[in-house]
Design a protein around this ligand. Structure first.
Ligand code: NAD
Length: 471
């Protein structure tokens, strides 16, 4: 049982000013696996004060020193790989294989990448008689979701610390235990007090206290559009800089000259990663109308190979959804898909094999039309919508026909044609012919998928202010 009775503030564990606690459930057994304090506004005040006090010193440290701290954090997380992976496998339901490689592995990679970027970055340049210098924004407030919890935390904390900012973090209340492992890692390496502070709790209390706090200069939020809008509106009151990483309804465009045997399974598996609880998942697959049946057959075969099971079992390819609320939401969308006339061609219900756990079968709808709810709204579950199209122009129009613009894919036998279509997609990132994930490339959204970018140099810039010194 992972019971944490205190919060990580000012370099040490401190009790919350409140006495309430939040229980954390296993996604597969539905049993309590731990608990955390339900933080209060007063806890945020203490954390923000600690971050403010630490800022002067931390922002003035030589770059090499901050880079060395990032290396130490990365090493401390790496040492805890197994514990982090098991924890996230339980609290999120991610299969242990991806919990190890992505959920635990990516934060290490991202943190190390910022150590290196900081060493290499050019942070000053001249424009005429002015020297332009980049300086840390100040105290950064970070609010994160549950689906790739530690990755989303380190995608904010690592560039913030690299830039010289100090941080007040509110992790998701649904999957907060991994953040407590990060606190243990920071205590173990002796990270200076106040540089990172973690207040667990609910969004409307702890999150809103961070978004409105006068000592917080910047908010970096990842989560739903609904909460993102609220955070941005609150932050506007005190003109805080805001970065938002929100939802998606990304399209994978399969052109008629694409290698279907490779493209369709790749696209279908992408939609199912982490049981579809991936903001950048390609949840819409756009296929030439004449070849829709080939696409259905190949996609159904590909998801048929995804073994549902206990997240802690190495053979499991697909785990449960994170919570009963999430499962209800997903089931609501499946019902909506059927009632709006989409054709259910695979899955669609709870698998019979499990008496516990928030499992939903991997599901495919075909003959989906763009105005349908399941083609417009983020489902955040293992549900793929296949939309037939009649021309390349129509495919591009459908791909761009949502309020989101986070990710996308294009497949064609002609790489130049694929690039042409990729350029027409109104989205923050596109993979052409299965392009490999690049952790140094900027990640973020167009339209309601967000504002600003994370990862690599673009991610670092979010935490920097620009000052012109005329001479
Ligand atoms: P959520 O918006 O419910 O919660 C995200 C975080 O915001 C949590 O820490 C929550 O406590 C906090 N929060 C909620 N209400 C708040 C409020 N009023 N003020 C301040 N903070 C508040 O999202 P979720 O269910 O945890 O995550 C799923 C969503 O996140 C999906 O929409 C998904 O697409 C999105 N997401 C986006 C990205 C991205 O990088 N674009 C990555 C992962 C997830």
């Amino acid at each position: 049982m992972m019971n944490y009775s205190e919060l990580y503030i000012d370099g040490k564990w401190q009790p919350s000013s409140g006495s309430r606690r939040i229980e954390v459930l296993s996604a597969s057994t539905e049993e309590v696996i731990g608990s955390i304090p339900e933080g209060t506004t007063e806890d945020v005040n203490r954390a923000a004060d600690a971050a403010r006090r630490a800022f002067d010193g931390w922002s003035q440290t030589p770059r090499e020193e901050r880079a060395a701290w990032l290396d130490k954090i990365a090493a401390a997380l790496k040492e805890r790989t197994e514990q982090i992976a098991r924890t996230i496998a339980m609290e999120v339901g991610s299969p242990i294989s991806i919990a190890t490689s992505i959920q635990a592995g990516l934060p290490v990679m991202v943190t190390s990448s910022y150590a290196q970027l900081l060493r290499d970055a050019k942070l000053e340049h001249e424009i005429g008689n002015s020297l332009v210098v980049r300086e840390p924004v100040g105290v950064a407030g970070a609010i994160t979701p549950w689906n790739y919890p530690l990755h989303q935390i380190m995608a904010k904390v690592a560039p913030a610390l690299a830039a010289g900012c100090t941080v007040v973090l509110k992790p998701s209340e649904v999957a907060p235990l991994n953040a407590m492992l990060l606190a243990e890692a920071c205590i173990a390496i002796g990270l200076p007090p106040g540089v990172l502070n973690i207040v667990t709790g609910f969004g409307p209390v702890v999150g809103e206290a961070i978004a409105t706090h006068p000592q917080v200069d910047l908010i970096s939020f990842t989560g739903s559009v609904r909460a993102g809008k609220r955070v941005a509106a609150l932050a506007a009151e005190s003109i805080k800089k805001v970065t938002l990483e929100l939802g998606g309804k990304s399209a994978c465009v399969i052109l008629e000259d694409a290698p279907f045997e490779k493209a369709i399974p790749n696209g279908a598996r992408n939609a199912m990663l982490n049981s579809g609880q991936t903001c950048s998942a390609w949840t819409r697959m756009l296929v030439p109308r004449a070849r829709q049946q080939d696409a259905i057959d190949l996609a159904a075969k590909a998801i048929g190979g995804l073994t549902l099971g206990d997240p802690l079992d190495a053979a499991t390819k697909l785990g449960p959804l994170v919570s009963s609320t999430q499962r209800e939401r997903v089931e609501g969308y499946i019902a909506k898909g059927k009632s709006e006339g989409a054709r259910l061609v695979a899955g669609g219900s709870r698998p019979g094999a499990f008496s516990k756990g928030y499992y939903v079968q991997p599901t495919i709808f075909a003959d989906v039309k763009s105005p349908m709810t399941i083609a417009q709204e983020e489902i955040f579950g293992p549900v793929l919508s296949i939309l037939p199209y009649d021309s390349e122009d129509e495919a591009v129009r459908i791909a761009n026909d949502t309020v989101y613009g986070l990710a996308g894919g294009v497949w064609s036998g002609d790489p130049e044609r694929a690039m042409r279509v990729a350029r027409r997609m109104r989205t923050g990132q596109v993979d052409v012919n299965g392009g490999k994930y690049n952790p140094l490339a900027p990640f973020g959204g167009y339209k309601q998928s967000g504002i600003g970018r994370e990862m690599g140099m673009y991610g670092l810039e979010e935490y920097l202010q620009v000052k012109s010194i005329a001479r």
